[in-house]
Ligand binder design. Structure first.
Ligand SMILES: [Zn+2]
Ligand SMILES: [Zn+2]
Length: 338
């Protein structure tokens, strides 16, 4: 195998590995991986902790095991496999959830590669960034705008990007409700208000700290998810994995409005009267991302820089970071630093 390598002095890497539902991640040492054809070896400098990781460790969604989670990876190229033309050694790259696609199925051929029939996902079907090093397919990585440092850039790779895809699905909506104000919403609120949208933020009832945080980031109104916003919504994005929010959001959007479910997993949606959907309201889900989403998202970030709020944890503290995310006590995003 032809590998163009530099600076790879270490022969082993560290990773937080997840092996069994109900068991914590364990620190493991492994041989340093070599990049295959089209791949790069990346030295990780930061990896965001996404709600999807929580769904993986709680068994809500099932992928390859054991696995190293983490799909909001920022790092630098340490080595390149054969036929990698996009990046140079030492370049900073971001590795997202979409690790590779088949390139042949009807979805790939229609450029709907987020729906690929045979995809791989970082930190779910291939090892991700809860690690000191990771290999990734170079064609699926992104360059990160230089204005943002590694830790603050990490949450952009999924929370930012998937939020942006959900936002794009809202079309020309200008009055938008965000249900759940975590990592994704705190990034998108800044971008959407920068683009002239009026954002209503819905948090857990009584979470006044979260509501204050939302107002500080430009939301014109913030309240509990059980409250009625002071204006009718053109669209709503549901970030929280809570099915009960679907009828609540449908009740808050105008005729013809959209409700977009942005998470990979949601508790069951309770039965609701057809009246809530009537009036050509639309209920949608967002699945994964395309590379084109990433390119337009990072272009938007370059035009409207956002300030991500992060709380950093050592790699070895990944279980504590997940626990804090579970209890809802992270304002902004949790990021692991190896
Ligand atoms: Zn495909
Ligand atoms: Zn994610």
């Amino acid at each position: 195998m032809k590998v163009l390598a530099r600076n790879v002095e270490a022969t082993t890497m560290r990773a937080m590995q997840f092996a069994r539902v109900g068991h914590p991640l364990l620190l493991v040492e492994r041989p340093m991986p070599l990049p295959g054809e089209g791949q790069i070896l990346v030295k990780v400098s930061a990896c965001g902790v996404c709600r999807t990781d929580l769904h993986i460790v709680e068994g809500d969604i099932r992928g390859t095991l054991p696995i190293v989670p983490g799909h909001e990876v920022v790092g630098r190229v340490l080595a390149k496999g054969a036929n990698v033309t996009r990046f140079d050694l030492d370049d900073r790259v971001g590795i997202p959830w979409l690790a590779s696609t088949c390139g042949r199925c009807p979805y790939c051929l229609k450029r709907d590669e987020n729906l690929c029939d045979d995809p791989a996902f970082t930190g779910f079907s291939v090892d991700g960034g809860y690690a000191s090093h990771v290999v990734a397919d170079a064609d699926f990585c992104f360059a990160i705008p230089p204005t943002i440092d590694d830790a603050h850039a990490a949450p952009l790779l999924c929370a930012g990007l998937i939020g942006y895809r959900a936002f794009s699905m809202c079309g020309d909506a200008r009055r938008i409700g965000f249900y759940g104000f975590g990592a994704s919403a705190h990034i998108l609120a800044q971008l959407a208000t920068g683009l002239g949208c009026r954002i209503a933020a819905f948090t857990r009832p009584g979470d006044e700290e979260g509501q204050e945080f939302a107002r500080k980031l430009g939301c014109v109104w913030a309240g509990g998810s059980n409250m009625t916003p002071p204006f009718e919504l053109d669209a709503a994005i549901i970030f929280a994995p809570v099915g009960e929010l679907v009828p609540q959001a449908l009740a808050a959007v105008r005729k013809g409005g959209k409700v977009v479910c942005a998470g990979i997993h949601m508790s069951d949606i309770p039965a609701f009267p057809y009246d809530l959907l009537w009036g050509e309201r639309k209920l949608l889900s967002v699945a994964n991302l395309t590379r084109a989403d990433g390119e337009s998202f990072f272009a938007a970030i370059a035009a409207f820089p956002v300030q991500t709020k992060v709380e950093t944890f050592a790699l070895e503290d990944a279980n504590r970071a997940l626990e804090r995310l579970r209890e809802g006590s992270i304002k902004g995003a949790a990021v692991l630093i190896p």
